[in-house]
Design a protein around this ligand. Structure first.
Ligand code: PLP
Length: 427
């Protein structure tokens, strides 16, 4: 077998990130890159990645090779390990895979919110237009308002958008938490261009291969890696991915990649080694998981919608509304922005509105396969009475995150759960 890895007796990597594409004369598939994009970081013959727990790394033995920090411009993030708040091997390996999968250099953080914070600190806008969506990002903007008077504007209000000025940020979450409905990235790119703003995209709900925000000109893509990249509900992480033409500087000015890395060193919100290691393990199966979760979800949503339409059954009686990108009107128009933006499926999260607050509160307790818990993106299906963790949503809403179980089992669980709920509330 031809070796495509960098394993080498003296521990020196033989290859760079472009080696595989060069060998094949084309970009490999997402599935192959999930398994091999980090091969070039492999300096040990072990097939499975090692875990490094060291916080500090030896300098060169030879005094002639020592370069003082102030002689590095920019800091030596690419070439050497010094201290793990700057860079550490497991997180670097996780970033190597993400850079390939997302189409631009990736910088990892301790959590999704640490990534969002770092992004706002780096771009340093005076105003951010943001809509509904993940409530934690609003919490960061509130902190920035306290620190420097940053103004929050409403994304879906044209007169608010008109207040944006050059250097401000349009932040679009799509699909949206908690409904799973999508927003039109091309529309917001156009707005950003008109106003001289940056477009940042929280793409947590649609990881590859569902959506590519760079093909719509996003300046930075953000993900909570806690969700689909981790995929097993056992690690926190956040990721910023820089549009390639912004990554590297010129004319003595640092690029965004160097800038983000340098600021991360001081913000300190880096991933731990265990999380980096778990992240690499998880990304191997990203496409398998995400496609299975998306297909499961579409089967379930289609079934729920059909039941509701037919009427005279338990779904029609207890479920008042079903929200998911697949139910937006544009999903049934062949050339719509939505069909183009999400060609491979509409993502594994949707929301159900139950008949009453009491129904929504009690449904999770009637299910066997869905854990009643917050978060999403893991292999196990979750359902959450959203009022438990979000003060801004209607109390009749439950958010559903579909896992990799058999969809018919999930359907039957929902069916028996709704029946049990009906019985309980009628008595
Ligand atoms: C979970 C989530 C976040 C925050 O990520 P953490 O890893 O929990 O900090 C941000 N945006 C969206 C859309 C999320 O779902």
């Amino acid at each position: 077998m031809a070796s495509t890895t960098g394993s080498h007796p003296d521990g020196q990597p033989q290859t760079g990130p472009n080696k595989l594409a060069a060998a094949f004369g084309r970009q490999l598939s997402l599935a192959s890159r999930s398994v091999h994009a980090d091969d070039y970081t492999n300096t040990h013959p072990a097939v499975a990645p090692p875990m490094h727990v060291s916080t500090t790394f030896r300098y060169a033995d030879n005094p002639e090779e020592l370069v003082p920090w102030s002689d590095f411009t920019p800091p030596p993030a690419e070439t050497s390990y010094i201290y793990s708040r700057l860079k550490s091997p497991n997180a670097t390996r996780y970033e190597a895979i993400l850079s390939s999968l997302l189409g631009g250099p990736a910088v990892s953080y301790a959590s999704g919110l640490a990534a969002f914070h770092a992004m706002i600190v780096f771009l340093n806008p005076k105003r951010v237009a943001i809509g509904g969506g993940y409530h934690g990002c609003h919490g960061i903007l509130k902190l920035m308002n306290k620190l420097k008077g940053l103004e929050k504007l409403e994304l879906e209000d044209e007169s608010d958008l008109a207040k944006l000025q050059k250097g401000d940020v349009i932040h679009v979450e799509t699909p949206l938490n908690p409904t799973g409905e999508a927003r039109d990235l091309a529309y917001y790119r156009k707005k950003a261009d008109e106003l001289g703003c940056y477009l940042t995209v929280d793409a947590t709900f649609a990881p590859p291969p569902l959506q590519d925000p760079f093909s719509y000109g996003a300046d930075i893509i953000m993900h909570s890696g806690t969700k689909y990249f981790g995929g097993h509900s056992d690690m926190l992480s956040g990721v910023l991915v820089v549009r390639p033409d912004r990554a590297h500087g010129g004319d003595g000015k640092p690029g965004w990649l160097e800038g983000l890395r340098e600021e991360r060193l001081h913000l300190g919100g880096v991933m731990g080694s265990l999380e980096g290691w778990l992240g690499v393990r998880s990304l191997r199966t990203l496409e398998l998981r995400v496609m299975r979760q998306t297909e499961n979800t579409q089967h379930l949503v289609d079934w729920l919608v059909a039941q509701k339409k037919a009427g005279g059954n338990i779904v029609a009686d207890l479920v008042y509304k079903i929200q998911h990108a697949s139910q937006q009107p544009e999903a049934s128009e062949p050339d719509s922005w939505l069909r183009k933006q999400m060609p491979n499926g509409y993502g594994p999260v949707f929301s159900l509105w139950l008949k009453s607050e009491e129904h929504a509160k009690r449904l999770p307790s009637k299910l066997f396969l869905f854990h009643h818990a917050t978060s999403l993106g893991g292999v196990e299906s979750l359902i959450e009475w959203r009022a438990m963790s979000d003060t801004t949503v209607d109390r009749r809403l439950v958010r559903v995150s579909i896992g990799v179980e058999g969809w018919e089992d999930l359907r039957d669980d929902l069916l028996q759960g709704l029946q049990a709920l009906d019985k309980e509330l009628k008595n």
